[in-house]
Write a protein that binds this ligand. Structure first.
Ligand code: BTN
Length: 240
């Protein structure tokens, strides 16, 4: 795996998106700090140089249907590695890892698709490692390995472990994609939880069931069982 590190960059995802043509398959780009870190749904990802911030480029021949499974593969690799440091981390479909209901890591999958062909996948990981506090709006909804274990960790080591795990998992995915869906369902945060979700501006609620083999989330509602695609969904636990 080719590795590139920046002390500061706009966004490791943006870097790979702009340079995918000249970079090798499985290039890893990491940064100490991002000036325009991106989250899902156009959100910004702010860091204080205490998180693992990295992206992996995949240029392997990949079919378009598999793109929606990529967050689950990334979540599996992240979970396997973080679980060595902290037990009871759960996977919240489609792109978060939570400890004690607080976000410890997020995944941003971007793709370059030209004429229905996947030219590149950019898999971005943001993992809260040594953060000792968060901005007031994240207070109570974000946590870090440091806050939960009381130990500081080497960001570069954890980055490398996750990247290696991802490379193995990706190759395994090519032969058995269902394995990952099963893994994510085993550690699913949402399973059997009452959730509210917003799709195309319409708010609904239901009970989250399993993640499915196409990467969607099955939800039981009062009009039947739906499957949610990750793209445009905002979702939260229903408050009683
Ligand atoms: C989310 O939780 O919404 C996804 C967050 C993904 C953040 C990572 S940090 C490294 C990579 N570069 C980015 O700009 N974003 C991802």
């Amino acid at each position: 795996m080719v590795k590139i590190h920046f002390d500061e960059i706009n966004s490791t995802n943006t870097y790979l998106k702009e340079n995918y043509l000249i970079l090798m398959d499985f290039t890893l780009v990491s940064a100490l700090h991002q000036t325009s870190g991106k989250g899902r749904l156009g959100r910004i990802w702010v860091d204080d140089k205490k998180s693992a911030l990295f992206s992996i480029l995949v240029k392997d021949d990949i079919d378009i249907q598999s793109v929606c499974l990529m967050p689950l593969i990334c979540a599996t690799s992240l979970h396997k590695v973080l679980n060595k440091y902290l037990k009871k981390i759960l996977i919240k479909w489609p792109n978060d890892l939570l400890f004690d209901s607080k976000k410890i890591a997020g995944i941003l999958v971007e793709s370059v698709i030209i004429e229905n062909e996947v030219k590149a996948l950019i898999l971005g990981f943001g993992v809260n490692i040594n953060n000792s506090s968060f901005a007031s709006e994240l207070e109570g909804i974000a946590t870090s390995l440091y806050l939960e274990t009381k130990f500081e960790h080497f960001i570069a080591n954890i980055t490398e472990e996750i990247a290696n795990q991802f490379e193995n998992d990706y190759h395994q995915f090519k032969t058995d994609s269902l394995n990952f869906v099963d893994y994510c369902n085993k550690y699913s945060f949402l399973k059997n939880q009452h959730i509210t979700f917003e799709k195309d501006g319409i708010k609904s609620d239901g009970i989250a069931l399993d993640m499915l083999s196409d990467g969607s989330l099955s939800v039981k509602t009062n009009i039947g069982t739906l499957s949610l695609q990750s793209g445009e969904i905002t979702l939260s636990l229903k408050q009683n």
